[in-house]
Every structure is written in C-alpha cells, then in structure tokens.
Design a protein around this ligand. Structure first.
Ligand code: IVH
Length: 704
C-alpha cells in the first residue's frame, strides 16, 4: 500500500515524467504503480475484501492515467487504464472456439446421480471415483483466451462451436485479469471457461434504476448478464458491475519450459486447475467447491447448496459434479453432446405452466397504468402465484401474450415472478387479444404516453385510484410509518367515505370508525396514537411520503438536509435543485412541477395546520453534531436499541452511515451473531470495533 508521502512522491514524479525527462527507471516505477492498482482491484473484485477506500483507489488510478497521458510510450496493454474501451463496439465478429463448448447432461434427483456414478465407474473401471462438486452458476457462458499471459480474446458461447467476439466488453468485468502468469505453469496459450454473472444486489440496483426511468425491469440476473455482454457501449457494460467465475481450462499449449513439479501437478486434477486459476488471480469457485468420494457425499453437498440457494449473493440453478482426475476425464471422453466426466444436478424447478385468464389494469400513485396478468394459481418454489405484473404494453407485445394462452411462469428467490413466454404452439384458436385501454379504468380520463416512455399514464390528479394509492404510500412503513393503518384500512375508509385525501388522515372521525366491525377500543387507540406520532416524523420521511415522482428515500434525505422548511422548496428553480447532490434534470423538474401545483400547495398548508411538522429540526444538529465526519455501520442483533433507532442517533448527531466495511469506516458497532462484516473490519486497522454499550456511551457523550 502507498503512504500519503509515497503518493506525493509519485505525484512529483508524474510532473517530472510529464515534462518528458524520464530516465531508465520510469517504466519500473509505473509498472510498480500498476501492480499496486491490480492488487487492489483483486482485493475488491475477486475477494470482495478491499483494503483501501474508493477515493484512495481513484487517486492512484488518476495518477497512472496522468503519467500515461504524458508518456504514451509507457502504456502497456495490460495496464488497468486499458480496460475502458474507447468508442463503441461495431457488430460482433464471429469467432471459433479452440475447443467446442459442450453442454452438460442434466440430472434431477438422487436416482439420476446414482445411475450416472455407476456408469462412470464402469467406464473408468474403478470402484470409487473422486469428484469435485461446485455450483452451476446461472449467468452467461464465456470463453477467454490468454496468449503469453495476456488476455487476447473473450467470446460468448454462441452455438458451442462459434461465438461472438466480445473482448472489449469482457475487459469491463473487473474480476477478469488482463494479465495472468500462465507462463509460471509452463503454459503459453490457454482457453478458459466460465460464467459471467450479475450479483443479486447489482441486479436489484440496476432494475430499480430502470423502474425509476419507467422502463420494464429485466426478468432475472441471467438475462441481465447475457444482455450486458452484447451491449454496444463498453462504458455501459462497465457500469453493470458484472462478475465472472472461471471453472475450466479447456485447452492449453506448453512453452516447453521446465516447470517445477509441484506446480505442474496442479494440472492433474480439476481441483488443482481451480487452484491454479485462483492463484493466478481469477475468481474460481475454490470456496464453493468440495472434493468428495462416493454418491452420498455428492447428494449431501448438493442438498446443502439447494437449501442455502436464496442466501447466496448470486443465482445458481444447480450443481455440477466433475470427475476430479483430469487424466481420467480424458480417458472417459464424451458422447456427441456431453462430456461423460461431468453432470449437472438441477435444483427443483422454479418454473411452472398456467393459463392466462385475464389482464387487469392497475393505476399507480403517479397515474402509471400497469397491466397485471391473472393466471390460474400455480405453485412454484414454495409460493402460489396467481397475479403477475406485465409492466407495460410493450411487454405484452414482445411476449405475444393472448388471453387463454398457456404461459411459462418463473419465480426465482427474491426475484418477482414473471412470464417467461407464451406457448403459441398449443393455441387452439380460442385465444383473444389483450386490449390496452385508451381511458383510465378508475376515472375514465384519457391516457397519455410520453414519447420516451413505455408507460401509459392517467394525468387526472384527482383520479380516485391515484388518490388511494398516494394515501397508501403516505402511511406506509418507509414513509410516515403510521402503524396499524395499512393498505386495507385506507381502502376501507375511502370506500366508506371516511377518508378522501391525505390531510383527511389527520381529521379521521374515530367515533365513526369505532362503530365499524373489527375496531375495538385498543385498535382504535393504537391507530390514533400512531397518527399523532407521525406528525413529528423527520422531514425526509414526509418528503418521501408525498410521493413526488423520482423522489425516492435517498433523494428525500438530500433535499431535507438542504432546507429549513418544506415550503422553502417552492422557491427553488430547476437549476438550483440540480446543484444538489445526485439530483438530475428529471428529478429537479418533477420537484418543481409538484411545488408549482396549487392543489399540492393547499394540501401542504392543510397538513401544517393540522400539526404535521414541516421544519427540519435536525438540520442544525447535522451540521454541528459532534459526530460530524464520523462514519458508522451496524452488524448483528443488538439487545437494547433497534437498528433504525441507533442509525437515527448517528445521523441526529451529524454522523454518517455506511453500507459496507471499507477503510472509510470509523466505527463498526457489533451486536450478537455478527458475521462477515466483523471479519472484514478486523483486517482494517483503522476501523474501531465497538459494542452496543460503547456506542450508547458515545451517543450519551454527545447529548450530555
Ligand atoms: S462445466 C465441458 N461448470 O452450465 C463442460 N458448467 O450445460 C463445461 N455452467 O454451458 C461446463 N456453472 O455455461 C460447468 N461450474 C460449472 C458451471 C457450468 C454453470 C453452465 C455452462 C454450461 C452449462 C451446462
């Protein structure tokens, strides 16, 4: 790692190099800097365990960029700066794989595996075979070629014999090294295989982004990674945060150099091959795989992974069992389609078929019209699915859906269920077109669609469906958090004429509600207390609760921090709003439109008169708070404080919350059963690891 003095020295050197007077040593110095950058990329992207913060990394990266800009003769193809492609990909060239990319035979249960093991032992003439069991990654299959230790080509699987040349896009996957010392193992040309993935969290983040832009989300991380690899603009690929697991060396040629015996032995087994890839800086499934003997151990390991499938950070759809001995693999060979030395064990299907009976059109709080397919209930992955969002009109067209169609439905872990496709081949002619309405199903006003959007909208601000949805959002947990109100009560009170708009929440006729079935004194008291308590919710919650388009929780916090009173925002211009952190033209315009609307202003005035706090009581404290500049993260279960309470205490005292452990973190507050965050923090000297009681002491010292 570089100290700040060393960075200064490097900066000084950059200047000298920029002036063109570099000596013999220049290349060595720059190469050293590259090594440091590669090391930190490896810690971050392969090990998920960074040792320096993003800013420090960026500083070093910039330094290298500057040196290379001033001294282009010092640039190498494997420099970390050379990942970022310039320009767009033209059409992808078709290229032949060195070894065809075969697919695997599938098995679905213990009997299938028993049968396969028996055949494998017969073919190998052995009583027991040693296997390697590893996850079957659910992403996009790729092949990479390294020549003389340099990544020279990346290709998609294609038809197995030929694929698309996606080298530039592959270089955007930061866990794939541009340089790997295969020569240390006596190899000069190597073709390796693996799977490019999008983690569940990266996928969610990407889909949230799409949803904010009114674009239908991608179905699953598999489609997202396959689609990403074929994008025209490498810079966009880089933003998708793709990862890659490499699990096979399909081809290699030797340089003929003598390699010490211990190293060459690594290439005798699949396990050794994974170890070699790992040693060379690739993400291979070393931590996820297990070497086992006998069928019982295989089944046990497969079951273990199936049980924890939902907890893994990425999607897997099964396990792959491979004969460990590579020489035995060679002897066993392959059938026309599959290798005999490996088999996939597929987890229970998360797909099912059903009939599409009807489509309902739901009106959201911003007036968006969402088609929702009603299907015959089907049991998939432990859940009964009866309704599936179709997002927008384009999805219906793209999937060619008709009422009466048999549809294939998929539901994967925490991914919402979706229709994979309709089965046109089993249509009997009775199917009918899905007609997208021209008018709002709730208020009958004409629907509009902006040219750049795929979503139709009802623009009538008084549309009853929107009014109800806005109220549901207002009382919800992440907004004003009015406990025991909930969606059902909003709908019920609205239908009975007891509630007509958001201010009406604070003027409810409790006597009338008390006379309704199911409302005893206790529930009424609870509801009343929760409504009262919501009046003093922090300003950012109110800001979010208003449901202004594109203003999510984070934007609401940014805005709330900048103002003293909510109504201050009516004087902000679009330009001024855009000066704020993370607020672009779209968000700024939406905020301006909201505060220019007379009805909205009236609603806010009513709310204030009814006692809803609109002043930012925390703002002063944030600027002056004793924890200003300090960062906190909580892990494990705490005994005395709720997580949200503790987090609010940090913010109220001017501190900042971080989402993960890095060198930017000052305090990790550890509760019971703390896991990987604690382990990670222990490795960073600067992070102070404290207990809940110590945290409470820090807070008390602020307020004393
Ligand atoms: S081995 C010659 N290992 O599953 C054997 N494949 O039909 C090469 N996959 O196309 C495949 N995880 O894209 C292997 N750990 C793993 C895998 C894996 C995912 C994919 C691969 C292949 C398909 C099998």
């Amino acid at each position: 790692m570089y100290s700040s003095e060393q960075i200064q020295e490097l900066q000084r050197l950059t200047k000298t190099l920029a002036e063109g007077n570099h000596g013999e040593k220049a290349f060595e110095i720059v190469e050293d800097l590259r090594k440091v950058l590669r090391f930190h990329e490896y810690r971050y992207y392969v090990l998920n365990d960074p040792l320096i913060g993003d800013t420090e990394y960026d500083q070093l990266f910039k330094l290298l960029e500057n040196i290379e800009k001033a001294n282009p003769e010092l640039i190498t193809t494997t420099s970390p700066t050379q990942r970022v492609g310039s320009g767009l990909n033209a059409a992808f060239d078709t290229v032949a794989h060195l070894v065809p990319m075969l697919s695997l035979e599938n098995s679905y249960n213990a009997e299938d595996l028993l049968d396969w093991d028996r055949k494998a032992r017969e073919a190998a003439k052995l009583d027991v075979i040693e296997y390697c069991v590893e996850p079957k990654f659910d992403g996009a299959s790729v092949s990479l070629i390294y020549e003389n230790d340099h990544l020279t080509r990346g290709a998609t699987r294609g038809n197995g014999v030929e694929g698309d040349d996606i080298t530039t896009n592959i270089k955007q996957v930061r866990s794939i090294p541009l340089h790997a010392a295969f020569s240390d193992y006596g190899l000069d040309v190597v073709e390796i295989r693996g799977e490019v993935l999008m983690s569940k969290s990266a996928f969610k983040q990407y889909n949230d982004q799409l949803a904010q832009q009114g674009i239908a989300p991608l179905a699953n991380p598999r489609n997202a990674s396959a689609g990403s690899l074929r994008m025209k603009d490498p810079k966009e690929v880089a933003q998708r945060r793709l990862e890659a697991f490499l699990y096979n060396v399909s081809y290699h040629t030797a340089t003929g150099e003598r390699v010490d015996d211990a190293k060459s032995k690594l290439l005798d087994t699949h396990h050794g091959m994974l170890q070699m890839l790992w040693n060379l800086g690739f993400k291979s499934p070393m931590k996820e795989m297990k070497v086992v003997k006998g069928i019982d151990a295989i089944i046990e390991y497969c079951n273990e992974f199936e049980t924890k499938r939902d907890e893994l950070p990425f999607e897997i759809d099964g396990m792959v069992i491979k004969v460990n001995d590579l020489h035995l693999q060679d002897r066993m060979g392959m059938t026309t389609h599959h290798p005999r030395w490996a088999i996939a064990y597929k987890f229970k299907a998360r797909q099912g078929t059903s009939k599409l009976r009807s489509v309902e059109f739901q009106v959201g709080r911003t007036g968006s019209i969402t088609p929702v397919a009603k299907i015959d209930p089907v049991f998939i992955g432990g859940v009964t699915v009866g309704s599936i969002s179709l997002f927008n009109e384009d999805v219906i067209k793209e999937k060619d859906l008709k009422i009466g169609d048999t549809v294939l439905v998929e539901r994967a872990g925490d991914v919402i269920p979706y229709i994979v496709k309709s089965m046109a081949e089993v249509r009997d002619g009775s199917e009918t077109e899905i007609v997208f309405p021209k008018c709002c199903p709730a208020c009958n006003s004409e629907l509009f669609k902006e040219e750049t959007e795929a979503v139709w909208r009802c623009v009538n601000i008084e549309c009853p469906a929107q009014v109800v949805e806005r109220m549901i959002h207002f009382v919800s947990k992440d907004a004003m958090d009015i406990k025991s109100f909930g969606e059902a009560n909003v709908r019920k009170f609205y239908e009975l004429g007891l509630l007509k708009d958001i201010p009406g929440i604070y003027t409810l006729d409790f006597a009338a509600i008390g006379s309704l079935a199911g409302f005893g004194k206790k529930s009424l008291d609870n509801l009343q207390a929760a409504i009262e308590a919501s009046k003093t919710q922090p300003l950012h919650r109110l800001m979010f609760a208003l449901g202004i388009r594109f203003v999510g929780e984070t934007t609401a916090k940014v805005l709330a921090n900048k103002i003293h009173h909510l109504l201050d925002l009516k004087d902000y211009t679009v330009e001024q709003l855009q000066q704020l952190e993370d607020i672009g033209i779209k968000v700024a315009t939406s905020i301006e439109t909201f505060f220019k609307n007379e009805q909205n202003m009236q609603m806010l005035q009513q709310l204030e008169e009814l006692g809803v706090q609109m002043v930012n009581t925390k703002r002063g404290a944030v600027a002056e708070g004793g924890l200003h500049g300090q960062t906190f993260l909580f892990t494990g279960t705490m005994g005395k404080l709720k997580r949200t309470e503790a987090e609010e205490m940090v913010e109220a005292n001017g501190g900042k919350l971080l989402g993960s452990v890095s060198s930017k973190l000052n305090y990790l507050v550890v509760g019971e059963d703390a896991g990987s965050k604690l382990e990670k923090a222990k490795k960073i000297n600067t992070v102070k690891i404290i207990s809940e009681d110590e945290f409470i002491n820090i807070i008390s010292a602020q307020t004393a």
